[in-house]
Ligand binder design. Structure first.
Ligand code: SF4
Length: 384
């Protein structure tokens, strides 16, 4: 086999092989051995796509270290061709997050660079690669094109002429990031992307998400993304089958240090987990984020500290701080219209807001348990 580093990146022989970065991301861990996985960033930098990006950790990191050796261009799109072959030098099979500091679906990533990356994933068949994008339309159009698949095959053949490429690659799991129902359309697009496993990362989950009833705008039909079925507008009858169904769902609340980090309502988690269980779809609960179910320490429930750390979150995704909530009760003219409206809705007759407190205690203390249990499952992986 030709040295893959040279063949795919053009870097002279003798140069040090590129390395993957160890990651603490929970869903990259090996569930049997507990060994951590890796991130593989052949691209850095990205752009805001939707409210799920508001507290983007990648942007925070790249901005903090902008101008330094690792992020010379800050969060602007930066290509790292020299890192392309890194998975080939990691001989022990692992779960690898592809471009954790960017989005594989960015249209600014050159098609040929993406084809080379898929060639690496084909050659490094002992790994499982995980892609999560907010731009499934770009992935769909690129990965569906015969000339893209031909380019991947040509890059593979240049390294190892005997390596047969199955398409879609069996060891690449393609997913979308979806923060609420308004962005569930991404799953509809995803299910048309050629992929061995389709998955969704509902993180940060900032509103309710029903994956079994996603409205298709063009014909008003309802799509059950877990069953892979298209139903009539009322949801009563199946009218067509989708090319694929979701095989894996990850759920996580928002983390980070900013004031505007949003809480996740436990009922949203319950709904998604129940839907996955009903359809036998693998589910993984990653974290509550910085907001936990119980307050820190043993302070009295109505102490000033608790008001500062409390967030009140409604079933529809509206939320406010404990300080705002208390003020809405005593000085309603001194809070925003949105907070006053939420307070009034909650205290109205037949209220359906289901407002509940969450507590800003930090990611570690908030933990990862749902009703006292870890929820950790992966879809079955194949390696071509
Ligand atoms: S798509 Fe992802 S990486 Fe890009 S800005 Fe949004 S959260 Fe950050």
């Amino acid at each position: 086999m030709i040295d893959p580093y040279r063949a795919l990146t053009g870097v002279p022989a003798g140069a040090r092989p590129p390395k993957l970065t160890v990651t603490d991301i929970e869903w990259c861990r090996d569930l049997v051995t507990g060994r951590r996985g890796y991130s593989w960033n052949f691209v850095d930098g990205c752009e805001w796509a939707s409210p799920g990006c508001d507290n983007c950790y990648a942007k925070d990191i790249a901005t903090r270290f902008a101008g330094g050796p690792v992020f010379p261009n800050g969060f602007d799109l930066t290509l790292h061709v020299e890192r392309l072959a890194a998975p080939l030098y990691q001989r022990r099979g692992a779960r690898i997050f592809v471009n954790s500091m960017s989005d594989v679906g960015l249209s600014g990533i050159p098609v040929d660079l993406l084809a080379r990356a898929f060639a690496v994933m084909a050659l490094a068949h002992w790994h499982t690669f995980l892609i999560a994008s907010k731009r499934p339309g770009v992935l769909r159009s690129r990965l569906s094109r015969p000339d893209f698949v031909a380019a991947v095959r040509a890059h593979v053949a240049a390294v190892d002429p005997d390596h047969a490429v199955q398409w879609p690659l069996p060891n690449v799991h393609v997913g979308v990031s979806v923060e609420d129902q308004a962005h569930a359309w991404r799953v509809l697009e995803l299910l048309h992307v050629p992929a061995a496993v389709h998955w969704v990362s509902a993180e940060p989950l900032i509103g309710p998400l029903n994956l079994r009833a996603v409205r298709r705008r063009r014909d008003n039909l309802l799509v059950d993304c877990l069953a892979g079925e298209v139903r009539d507008p009322t949801g009563a009858e199946v009218v067509a089958a989708l090319p694929a169904a979701l095989r894996w769902v990850v759920i996580g609340g928002e983390s980070g240090h900013r004031r505007g980090v949003r809480p996740m309502h436990p009922a949203w988690v319950d709904t998604i987990l129940a839907d996955c269980a009903a359809l036998d779809v693998a589910a993984f609960f990653k974290q509550w984020g910085v907001h936990g179910l119980t307050p820190a320490g043993t302070g009295a429930a109505d102490s000033a500290r608790d008001r500062r750390t409390t967030r009140l979150v409604a079933l529809d995704g509206r939320w406010c701080t404990g300080v705002e909530w208390a003020r809405a009760a005593t000085h309603p003219t001194k809070v925003s219209d949105a907070v006053r409206e939420l307070w009034n809705d909650h205290h109205g007759a037949d209220s359906t807001t289901q407002v509940r407190p969450m507590y800003r205690v930090g990611r570690q203390e908030a933990g990862r348990l749902v009703r006292g249990q870890l929820v950790e499952a992966y879809p079955e992986a194949r390696h071509g």
